[in-house]
Design a protein around this ligand. Structure first.
Ligand code: NAP
Length: 489
């Protein structure tokens, strides 16, 4: 069963709401008009709301204690609903703790209107949620439970709750960034519909726009028997992986969706297998080492790198792979125009999680490698293990750097995020003949690459590596080649 998308309209005027609806109408099945957000003079126009008969219309007047803006008296609230009785609202959303007089609710339902009884809890899922939902459904048509998700372990609680409530009409929503998946995977939670915002992309509340829900995540096509894939990390909101993999799934007609799992522990996401047909995961910072440890089986590259970026669910359990290594080497071989790196001397800056696999794969392809790191001791340990040489990352190493300068690879986090203006090799005078390779992909042109490019060096950025590792991952997930040569994102 496909999952309808309900666009929440929170404008000050009905005209603003209508404009937001128009921007997204192709991806919207129903709307929720938040009357508490409207300027009070707009209320008298509600009776001629132009979307009556066009789509399903839900009306809500939420109080501050439930996350809304209506601060009027109970008498004003009663009058508001009495005035709506002759209008064509399909649903009224009424809070559990704040019913209308029974006679008014019955009169509304007698005219064909439905009541969604809801509760919001900004402290997390309450222990008595199931019982409260069962009490609420007695005099309503569906129940909505919207609770703040404090950490990734609570996702399992929400899936469990929705399973317990499978015999009653319900919607379960996780509020906050951890809850994003409950909006995308609403069908897996048995929700009657999911809510969407008119802000593009996803926001800090974990809300997401209707176009992304349908075009990227295909919530209207995904069914319970379809597979779920995802990327696990922290932070995760900037990940390009959902777009990359979902584009591929759509092109191949592959019955699956791929979602971002913001997590505190990898195990929290793996435990969702109890409720989801979880088939594969991309694993990013800070869980790559954990991924190598939790797997029932690990491939050779994972054993050597002590890190995995891909988990595939098989009949034997989770199998860990590392596609970062192949993702790194392919663009370099392409640039050099050879199938190996025999006779090539490479300097690698850094000794962090990503460096180990890179040094290993460079050695596998025949390169001689010098590892330079700010903390020299880490470079020494890594180099000794993988048959490379080591040097401190400083101007004192210029001579050795010069001797290993066919390719210079930047693998530290200097150049992105809070270190966006840092070039870890600022002391190095580029000659113009070196291939400069930075594995950072956001930004696509780091300070390191910028300086090399200015001296005429050929450059490779982290986008090339990202695409190649993701293509390899896609094949592990689906058994099919990625259907686009040049992914567009
Ligand atoms: P990490 O383990 O946190 O890396 C830490 C390394 O960076 C250490 O060697 C550290 O030196 C060094 N470092 C940090 N700030 C520095 C500075 N200001 N000057 C000099 N060295 C500095 O991270 P990681 O997991 O290896 O990832 C590194 C980067 O690779 C990230 O930007 C990540 O996004 C990128 N990456 C890209 C892809 C892709 O597909 N393109 C895949 C994987 C990773 P010390 O040892 O002295 O502290």
């Amino acid at each position: 069963m496909s999952l309808p998308v309900c666009l929440v309209l929170s404008g000050r005027t009905l005209q603003e709401n209508l404009e937001n609806y128009d921007r997204f109408r192709a991806w919207v099945d129903m709307v929720e008009v938040r009357a508490d957000k409207l300027a009070p003079e707009e209320w008298q126009k509600l009776g001629t709301w132009p979307l009556f008969g066009v789509c399903t219309n839900l009306l809500t007047l939420r109080r501050p204690e439930d996350g809304g803006d209506f601060s009027g008296s109970d008498q004003e609230r009663l009058q508001f609903y009495q005035n709506r009785l002759e209008e064509a609202w399909d649903w009224w959303d009424l809070e559990e703790q704040h019913p209308l007089p029974r006679s008014l609710e019955e009169a509304y339902r007698a005219k064909g209107g439905k009541i969604l009884r809801s509760f919001h809890d900004f402290h997390g899922p309450p222990h008595d949620a199931q019982q409260r939902a069962r009490n609420m459904i007695e005099d309503s048509d569906a129940v909505k439970i919207a609770v703040f998700v404090k950490d990734s372990s609570q996702l399992w609680d929400l899936f469990h709750l929705s399973q317990e409530l499978r015999d009653i009409n319900h919607i379960v929503i996780g509020i906050g960034p951890y809850g994003l998946v409950t909006r995308i995977l609403g069908a897996a939670l048995g929700s009657l519909w999911t809510y969407a915002t008119s802000e593009l992309g996803s926001n800090s509340l974990g809300q997401i726009d209707p176009r992304t829900l349908k075009e990227v995540y295909r919530v209207d096509k995904w069914t319970l028997t379809d597979a779920v894939y995802g990327v696990v990390g922290n932070p995760i909101h900037h990940s390009k992986s959902p777009l990359f993999h979902n584009n591929g799934f759509r092109e191949l007609g592959f019955g699956a969706t791929y979602v971002p799992f913001l997590a505190d522990r990898l195990a929290d996401v793996l435990s969702l297998s109890d409720y989801l047909n979880l088939k594969g995961l991309s694993v990013t910072l800070p869980f790559k080492e954990q991924a190598a440890q939790v797997a029932a089986l690990v491939e050779e590259r994972v054993r050597v790198c002590k890190a995995a970026n891909t988990l595939v669910h098989t009949t034997k359990g989770w199998v860990a792979h590392n596609t970062d290594t192949i993702g790194f080497i392919k663009p370099l071989l392409r640039q050099i125009g050879s199938g190996n790196l025999d006779g090539i001397k490479v300097s690698v800056i850094g000794s962090g999680g990503a460096t180990r696999g890179i040094v290993w794969v460079l050695r596998q392809y025949g390169a001689r490698v010098l590892v330079l790191n700010r903390t020299f001791n880490k470079a020494q340990i890594l180099a000794a293990e993988l048959g490379a040489e080591a040097a401190p990352l400083s101007a004192d190493s210029l001579e050795r750097l010069d001797a290993f300068s066919d390719v210079i690879v930047q693998t530290t986090s200097a150049g992105m995020g809070t270190q966006i203006d840092v070039d870890p090799l600022e002391f190095y005078p580029w000659k113009g003949s070196e291939i400069a390779y930075d594995i950072i992909y956001a930004p696509p042109r780091t300070k390191f690459l910028q300086r090399a490019q200015e001296k005429g060096c050929p450059t490779i950025n982290g986008v090339a590596m990202f695409v190649e590792q993701a293509k390899e991952q896609f094949e592990l997930f689906t058994g099919h080649e990625y259907p686009f040569e040049d992914p567009n994102f």
